[in-house]
Design a binder for this molecule. Structure first.
Ligand code: F0G
Length: 400
């Protein structure tokens, strides 16, 4: 294996075949390798390949992800999501992944690694998307999946999807942060492989969101990449992806990263406000249940991502994000509430003059519109849904 695990704090290195998520000093780990020398044209050539690994938008970039025998890879395949342009803004729709969220990109790598390490059971804490993705990939790999979700706090669609793929679902009486603490302790105690984004192999997979969108743009870097921020796995992955793409010469300038939180779940925004002097924790509450997270695990990695991209963190109210969701839905694209923090953030940053009208902006839509149908049905205008008798007169009245 070319990869090693490197502590992001003290720099200590561990073998990548070791099962560990943090350094002995307590800091998070990062998957590192000697510099990547692949020419980006190799990735472009793979676009027309018939090989299964090339048809995955994750494994297409394998030299800079995880070096592994092709036969060991657990892939649906995933990725190859569309990049839409609407009203001058680009939207990379990660809700078009096999289980309807970006999580599949990290999960294909983490579950591949789980199999290689000989794990038989895999676990995560989740607000619903990670659990659905884990359940699907574990089913494909023949592993047992155990998911920890905050009881009553995740959407019905995500819960049903997780159960359908066959995972054991532990509904924790508490919030996501409590479920996260519990799954870490449970994995340590019971020898279960943890695949939350604290697991550095998840980050390796999620980097490909950025690489694929750069490839979609023919390697002309945009000015901004905008992403929702909850547990901060994506923010961390995007920073690493941009640093590596720049170092490898795939892009010649760095886009800026904008991470957007909901006002009611904004510890990272508070950190940004005080130049990350303090690690903030909050009691999280927002309509965007995917990012109802008060104590994100990837804090330090994400701080590095914001700093190294000259990025920023913004917050938006539930009203602002739901208004942006309606706009994205009415463009015919659609997304779940958490994803719409991106457009809400762009609107706010533009009106504050932080983003300019002529700048190229890519919003990453993280989840599919059908992930949270309750959030839609609760907000339908009363005259848009009408119950009628089965008569032509009733139809005439309704449409007039
Ligand atoms: N958008 C969606 C749709 C999500 O499901 C999540 C996280 C995020 C954004 C935030 O990404 O955590 O990398 O900052 N969902 C996790 C889950 C927590 O369990 O599904 P992040």
């Amino acid at each position: 294996m070319n990869e090693r695990l490197t502590c992001i704090g003290c720099g200590r290195e561990y073998d990548a075949s070791e099962i560990r998520y943090t350094c002995d000093c307590g800091n998070l780990l990062s998957v590192e390798r000697d510099s990547v020398t692949v020419d980006r044209r190799v990735f472009d050539q793979r676009r027309t390949s018939r090989e299964k690994v090339d048809q995955s938008g994750v494994w297409r970039f394998r030299e800079a992800g995880l070096s592994v025998d092709h036969g060991d890879i657990v892939t649906h395949p995933e990725g190859l999501t569309r990049l839409y342009e609407r009203d001058g803004i680009l939207f990379k729709h990660e809700g078009e992944n096999p289980t309807g969220s970006f999580k599949d990109r990290g999960m294909t790598v983490a579950v591949t690694q789980a199999k290689r390490l000989g794990a038989t059971t895999v676990a995560c804490a989740s607000t619903g998307n990670t659990s659905a993705s884990l359940a699907a990939y574990a089913a494909q790999a023949g592993l047992r999946a155990v998911v920890f979700v905050p009881s009553g706090k995740i959407s019905g669609g995500k819960l049903a999807q997780t159960l359908a793929y066959g995972a054991l679902c532990l509904q924790v009486r508490g919030d996501f942060d409590a479920a996260m603490q519990l799954v870490r302790a449970a994995c340590d105690r019971l020898g279960i492989y943890l695949v939350n984004s604290i697991n550095p192999f998840r980050i390796e997979g999620q980097k490909t969101i950025v690489w694929e969108l750069l490839q979609d743009m023919e390697w002309q870097a945009p000015d901004w990449i905008v992403v929702p921020a909850g547990n901060l796995g994506n923010t961390s992955a995007f920073g690493k992806a941009l640093r590596e793409a720049h170092a490898a010469g795939w892009i010649d300038r760095m886009p800026r990263l904008a991470s957007i939180q909901a006002v009611g779940a904004n510890p990272f925004y508070r950190g940004f406000e005080d130049s990350f002097e303090t690690r903030h924790r909050v009691q999280a509450e927002t309509v965007a249940s995917a990012i109802r997270i008060g104590d994100p695990v990837s804090w330090e990695r994400a701080v590095g991502a914001i700093r190294s991209t000259n990025g920023l963190v913004e917050q938006v109210t539930d009203e602002e994000l739901m208004s942006a969701k309606r706009a994205i839905d009415r463009m015919g694209i659609g997304c779940e509430p958490a994803s719409a923090t991106t457009l809400a953030g762009v609107r706010k940053l533009r009106s504050a003059g932080m983003m300019r009208q002529n700048e190229r902006i890519v919003c990453v839509l993280t989840g599919n519109i059908l992930k949270d149908t309750d959030a839609i049905l609760k907000n339908v205008p009363p005259d848009q849904i009408v119950e009628i008798d089965p008569t032509i007169e009733a139809v005439e009245r309704a449409v007039s």
